[in-house]
Design a protein around this ligand. Structure first.
Ligand SMILES: Nc1ncnc2c1ncn2[C@@H]1O[C@H](COP(=O)(O)OP(=O)(O)O)[C@@H](O)[C@H]1O
Ligand SMILES: [Mg+2]
Length: 264
């Protein structure tokens, strides 16, 4: 049994100022195995965020189901952690306080929350910044805190919606590399949205290509690059072939993906 089973999922929103429903995700089905890293690409508005929010239990489906570990998703839960593009940190709390916060929310008792928070802060390379506040950190550092907070609560599933979308190209490459190093340790099941094709290939066991109007899965591409992934792979012929294949799969949506960098 797959760890995440998405079955014929349809999600509707109300159009603003009207009762007319708007289909954001149309009959999407997808199975994700435990420990798999699945990336999702597609143009702005094709329902990527909506799909993740549904998995997080933050939006309801009009029809269809999402099952995680055999249990149907009906709301948020400690088995899932979400990381958004804008690091949603508490400005009045330090780095330590922010990572601890996730544990406090869950009344974490398996080990000492402060020690645990410190361990995950070290893991994301911020050991020297535990007492800093969010406004004293760069965008990349803030996103590391976000990732530490998500990982510290030991979720079964990690949901990441363009977590590096607001970072410059160089920082995002470093962050992707570091995320994989952390992920290699315990291989949490991950669903990762990006508008960067290289990032999708570099991180993913599979890349899900979505199309819009209404949001649907266009194709799913297996990425047969060995793990651990290394930066050198970015220059390989195999990588170039995946890059080409994805560009073709996205077709005209490519332009829209790169023009628009907002968190639609
Ligand atoms: N809360 C909402 N109410 C109404 N429409 C929404 C809402 N959230 C998203 N949408 C619409 O649903 C579609 C999919 O949005 P989204 O999942 O954010 O796409 P993506 O993340 O792929 O850019 C878009 O057309 C967007 O305008
Ligand atoms: Mg989005």
């Amino acid at each position: 049994m797959a760890q995440i089973e998405i079955r014929d999922l349809t999600i509707e929103y109300r159009k603003p100022n009207s009762d007319e429903p708007f289909v954001a995700v149309d009959r999407v089905s997808l199975d994700i195995a435990k420990g798999e890293f699945v990336t999702i690409v597609g143009s702005s508005g094709c329902g990527k965020s909506t799909l993740l929010l549904a998995a997080a239990g933050l939006v309801n489906s009009a029809s269809g189901t999402i099952t995680i570990n055999g249990k149907e998703v009906s709301g948020p839960g400690p088995d899932r952690a979400m990381v958004f593009q804008e690091a949603s940190l508490l400005p009045w709390r330090s780095v330590l306080g922010n990572v601890r916060f996730g544990l406090e929310m869950q009344r974490w008792k398996k080990d000492d929350p402060t020690e645990r928070a410190r361990r995950f802060i070290r893991m994301v390379g911020l050991g020297a910044f535990s007492d800093y506040h969010p406004h004293q950190l760069s965008g990349g550092m803030r996103q590391r805190v976000n990732i530490a907070r998500a990982l510290a609560v030991d979720p079964h599933v990690l949901l990441m919606d363009e977590p590096f979308g607001a970072l410059d190209a160089q920082t995002r490459e470093v962050m992707g590399d570091e995320l994989l190093k952390i992920w290699e340790r315990d291989r949490k099941t991950a669903l990762f949205v990006t508008h960067d094709i290289d990032e999708a290939v570099f991180l993913g066991d599979r890349v899900v290509v979505m199309g819009r109007d209404p949001g649907h899965i266009r194709e799913i591409i297996d990425i047969d690059l060995p793990r651990p992934r290394t930066a050198a792979m970015l220059d390989s012929d195999q990588f170039a072939a995946y890059r080409r294949r994805l560009r073709e799969g996205l077709g005209e949506d490519m332009a829209a993906m790169h023009m628009i960098t907002e968190a639609a």
